[in-house]
Design a protein around this ligand. Structure first.
Ligand code: B12
Ligand code: SF4
Length: 476
């Protein structure tokens, strides 16, 4: 079958990251190796998304369209599905990606969507295609949802793929060079050392149970073999001139011996790379040896997920992080020359203004080089949503108002307006200080500073801390 895999255009929304769609790449690669034709079209990168979609539908003439979405981009996904159906009525549309991990009604309420793939997509989509081709029994396929007799049918979940080594990525499915752009970086800041950077995943899953987080890849850890990961990195260096990798595992450093092994082997193989952990590492899985090996392997930057400076909130969100260790680890990392980005969140259910202030104080005093304070998003399937969102809001099936710029279903103790103001204040307090300027200076190279100072940080600081129009509230 011919399958067109799409990432929807972000409708000019500058807040939407344009990172390489690793999910579509993983799926497209598996489809291709199993005799299907796959094409990936990332409409977020397109200047003329409507025309590009029309052209792809006409020229490639797919038998089926797959669209991958996060919750905050669901509205763009539905818009794209509507366009597909308008251009080619009758063409089946399948939705997948993080937004589709749980409730079918969040997706299948839209008549333009025919099937939903829940969670990990490689094997499920393969089986679904086979069933559609041969008229097989859909209800026998694990991990899908569809409409039947005016109702939603959701089949039992599919166990996660344990052996990830056979999921080789076929990079020629993408125009890799188009992702050498800061807007495609997974870093909040344009902190790259080499323009040719790409994201890479070395494992899936995470055993922790943070209430605001997903469980797409289960609570177990699935690892790719280190040598397979390193072979892939070398392949990318050789064939695409990649000089920097953004490792975006959920839990890279949980298995410290493995993390050390990978770092050591990068050195032993003589790979000259820059590495950044843009998605965040746990602050409580470090020792001196790991930091030392990371520096030797080329790690120059990482994010640490802290979320809150309040112990009550830490307990509530079940992060299981002793925030007492964070400051010491940040100090060691920055002394080793690694620039450390702090990931914080504001607006947890029941969170008070004082607790938010504690988070800001914590971020400001802990020695982070850069930090980001994002507003809580109660994504479907998360414990946070199930526990705290009102029944009325839970009954909704529409997420088109969800965005990183809005206050989404605020369950904190402050108003939405105040929350937006606190977020701005957090960025102002964090960045507008002589101490921060000194820390940035100490941990980043002059070249890095010059390059990045001219570009996006100014825009980001403007957007997050100053601009009066930023982050409108949308309290429901
Ligand atoms: C890299 C990443 C980012 C990057 C890039 C995001 C982007 N716009 O693409 C950065 C760092 C910028 C980022 C930021 C955010 N992210 Co993020 N991010 C990730 C991360 C760590 C990895 C994504 C990835 O590539 N995974 C690997 C691939 C293989 O997995 P995948 O894409 O999910 O694809 C699989 C399935 O979903 C499915 N699938 C995917 N597409 C399709 C399509 C079809 C047709 C089918 C059948 C199946 C299918 O099959 C794939 C293979 O099994 C995930 C967590 C995770 N471990 O996945 C969170 C995750 C996607 N992010 C999440 C969130 C919430 C955010 C933020 C909103 C956080 C915030 N409050 O600021 C921001 C928004 C960014 C923005 N402005 O766009 C959530 C999304 C939850 C949801 N319901 O939408 C996740 C799941 C993490 C979490 N904590 O819950 N993120
Ligand atoms: S936030 Fe991080 S540590 Fe917590 S469950 Fe998600 S991936 Fe795991």
């Amino acid at each position: 079958m011919k399958v067109l895999l799409l990432r929807p255009a972000a409708g000019g929304n500058i807040s939407m990251a344009r990172s390489m769609p690793l999910g579509l790449l993983a799926i497209g690669s598996v489809l291709r190796r199993n005799g299907h034709q796959a094409r990936i079209l990332d409409l977020r990168l397109s200047d003329r998304p409507d025309d590009d979609l029309r052209e792809a539908l006409a020229e490639f003439d797919p038998d089926l369209v797959g669209i991958g979405i996060m919750t905050i981009e669901s509205r763009y996904g539905f818009e794209t599905a509507a366009q597909v159906k308008a251009m080619k009525p009758g063409l089946p549309v399948i939705f997948g990606g993080p937004h589709c991990a749980h409730e079918p009604r969040y997706v299948l309420h839209d008549p333009n969507v025919d099937y939903m793939v829940c969670g990990e997509g490689e094997l499920t989509l393969l089986e679904l295609l086979q069933a559609l081709e041969t008229g097989g029994d859909l209800s026998a396929i694990q991990g899908i949802a569809f409409r039947r007799d005016g109702d939603y049918v959701k089949t039992p979940g599919r166990p996660v793929i344990k052996d990830l080594d056979w999921l080789t990525q076929e990079y020629d499915l993408l125009e890799v060079e188009r992702y050498f752009d800061f807007r495609c970086s997974m870093d909040f800041f344009p902190a790259y050392r080499c323009r040719q950077f790409l994201p890479i995943v070395t494992s899936r899953g995470c055993p922790f149970r943070c209430t605001y987080c997903h469980d797409i890849f289960s609570k177990s850890m699935q690892y790719r073999s280190p040598e397979v990961v390193l072979d892939e990195m070398e392949f990318l260096m050789r064939n695409y001139g990649i000089g920097e990798f953004h490792i975006v595992d959920d839990m890279f450093n949980l298995n410290m011996p493995r993390a050390k092994y990978i770092m050591r082997r990068i050195v032993e193989r003589g790979m000259k790379v820059h590495i950044s952990f843009t998605n965040g590492l746990r602050a409580d899985f470090f020792d001196d040896e790991l930091i030392d090996l990371m520096v030797k392997a080329g790690v120059y930057r990482m994010a640490l997920g802290v979320e809150s400076g309040s112990q009550r909130i830490q307990d509530q969100i079940k992060k299981d992080l002793d925030i007492g260790v964070v400051e010491g680890v940040v100090r060691k990392l920055t002394r080793a020359g690694i620039s450390v980005h702090g990931l914080f969140m504001l607006g947890f259910p029941t969170e008070t203004r004082e607790e938010m202030e504690q988070t800001i104080d914590f971020a400001c005093r802990s020695g982070f080089t850069t930090a980001n304070f994002s507003l809580v998003i109660p994504n479907p399937g998360t414990e946070l949503r199930e526990e705290f969102i009102s029944e009325k809001e839970k009954a909704e099936q529409e997420f088109s108002h969800y965005s990183i710029d809005y206050v989404n279903n605020n369950a904190s103790k402050v108003s939405a307006e105040e929350l937006v103001e606190i977020k701005k204040e957090a960025h102002r307090r964090f960045y507008f200080s002589a101490r921060r300027a000194r820390q940035v200076w100490q941990t980043m190279s002059l070249k890095w500073l010059l390059r990045s100072a001219i570009k996006t940080p100014m825009a980001l600081i403007w957007r997050n801390a100053i601009a009066p129009t930023n982050a409108p509230t949308l309290e429901k």
